[in-house]
Design a protein around this ligand. Structure first.
Ligand SMILES: Cc1cc2nc3c(=O)[nH]c(=O)nc-3n(C[C@H](O)[C@H](O)[C@H](O)COP(=O)(O)OP(=O)(O)OC[C@H]3O[C@@H](n4cnc5c(N)ncnc54)[C@H](O)[C@@H]3O)c2cc1C
Length: 394
């Protein structure tokens, strides 16, 4: 931790993940005085999220980072669903009425780097090796206790504090805000790899695909030119998977013609669906995974967190710059964003549960239903917009 930690700021943001960084950029752009604190000494080099959806690209335009994301990422034109080699449906982002008619595949570490570099250009920085270990809301300010790596303790006072400290948020615990929901019994294996794809009926490098097999689903997400993120829910996922293990999952669940050429990274994640009962207590707000943790099916968690950040930036800028700081004003953030997360969470939870159905009868009914349901007039455009992160309750 550097010694030039400020004594007092308008907004202290705890956590330099995508939600915290997006918020810091938006506040700096409105000339709000912010500090970002993160326990980790270095930005993470591995990636959980890879998908950035159309609405998030629009939202990120407001802090001027979308151009860089488009420049580095892989355009994804559709989200297709398969049952082994049978094609079920393919909602096309390119048909949407939206500014960006695509999703983007980009490692989360690159998204965070782009956000951090924008923050730097706006005059902000992240203080690393700075763990928030105590918090006291005094009514007119909040005092934070920050512990450095060597155990030194520093105090910061802030008019507002934002917990962007992820799934295991210590600030949420300090506030005693219940985090309702549960952990899935299966865990998610995430693998970065090179694939070769052959045959007429197989995956497209321009589509994100969910493939349902007898043992569950596997997701294929184009990530950088030539590399893919493969994600599968497994009852007993290995901590790290070998090429042979990944090929076995692909052979069981995916269309034919997909060969794993090389595994560059893999990890196992315990996944949850949990929702904080409140997004604000006094002068402290929750955003991102600290407020809601979703199943990664559908790739929505980071997207929802970035959208929280930009909404909260409006509310906090109005409070700090224009004096709109009544209880009603500050409550606008939770009123707007909690129903959105609830709706996204319901969608990702349903996808996770039906994707794991094992009985032949249930799988057959699911596949038949998806095919038929998407053909009903108006359903496909509606579902496409939901996958693209639009039209959840606002
Ligand atoms: C396998 C997998 C795949 C996923 N794929 C997608 C996807 O494609 N699209 C998508 O939208 N989402 C996806 N997600 C979800 C996404 O990764 C998360 O929603 C996102 O990282 C949450 O961002 P955040 O900024 O809220 O928190 P985090 O990224 O968790 O960042 C929290 C930060 O807070 C810091 N911190 C914690 N405690 C303290 C403390 N006390 N003091 C100081 N700092 C602290 C941590 O060091 C960390 O840097 C996926 C998740 C998984 C597991």
């Amino acid at each position: 931790m550097t010694t030039n930690i400020p004594v007092s700021v308008d907004v202290a943001i705890v956590g330099a993940g995508p939600a915290g960084l997006a918020l810091a950029c938006a506040l700096r752009q409105s000339c709000v005085n912010v500090v970002v604190l993160d326990a980790a000494l270095e930005p993470s080099s591995y990636s959980r999220a890879t998908l950035i959806h159309s609405q998030t690209l629009e939202v990120l335009d407001t802090i001027d980072v979308t151009r860089d994301i488009l420049g580095e990422g892989v355009p994804i034109s559709a989200f297709s669903a398969w049952s082994r080699s049978s094609y079920l449906t393919q909602p096309e982002f390119s048909q949407m009425d939206a500014k960006y008619r695509m999703s983007i595949g980009l490692p989360q570490s690159s998204t965070e780097r782009i956000l951090a570099s924008r923050l730097h250009r706006l005059g902000g920085e992240t203080i690393r090796g700075a763990t928030v270990t105590g918090m006291n809301d005094c009514g007119d300010i909040v005092e934070l206790e920050v512990t450095g790596n060597a155990g030194t303790k520093t105090a910061i006072s802030a008019r507002y504090v934002v917990a962007a400290d992820g799934l295991h948020s210590s600030l949420r615990r300090m506030l005693r805000i219940p985090f309702e929901g549960s952990e899935y019994s299966a865990s998610m294996l995430a693998v970065d790899c090179r694939l070769s794809i052959s045959g007429k009926f197989s995956l497209s490098p321009h589509e994100a695909s969910i493939c349902f097999g007898a043992d569950g689903f596997v997701l294929f997400l184009p990530m950088t030119p030539g590399t893919w993120r493969v994600q599968a829910l497994l009852e007993d996922a290995p901590k790290h998977a070998s090429l042979e293990q990944v090929q076995e999952i692909v052979d069981e669940r995916a269309p034919t013609g997909v060969t794993v050429e090389e595994v560059t990274w893999s990890n196992r994640f315990q996944i949850h669906h949990r929702h904080a009962r409140h997004y604000r207590k006094g002068r402290v707000f929750l955003i991102g995974d600290a407020a809601h943790t979703l199943s990664p099916a559908g790739g929505q968690g980071m997207n929802t967190g970035i959208q929280d950040a930009i909404k909260l930036a409006y509310v906090l800028s109005a409070a700090i710059i224009d004096g709109e700081d009544s209880e009603v004003d500050l409550d606008r953030y939770e009123q707007c964003r909690r129903p959105v997360a609830k709706s996204v969470m319901a969608m990702t939870h349903r996808l996770t549960i039906v994707g794991q159905w094992k009985s032949a009868w249930a799988r057959c009914a699911r596949n038949w239903f998806i095919g038929l349901f998407m053909q009903i007039s108006g359903v496909e455009p509606k579902m496409t917009r939901k996958f693209a992160a639009f039209d959840h309750a606002q």
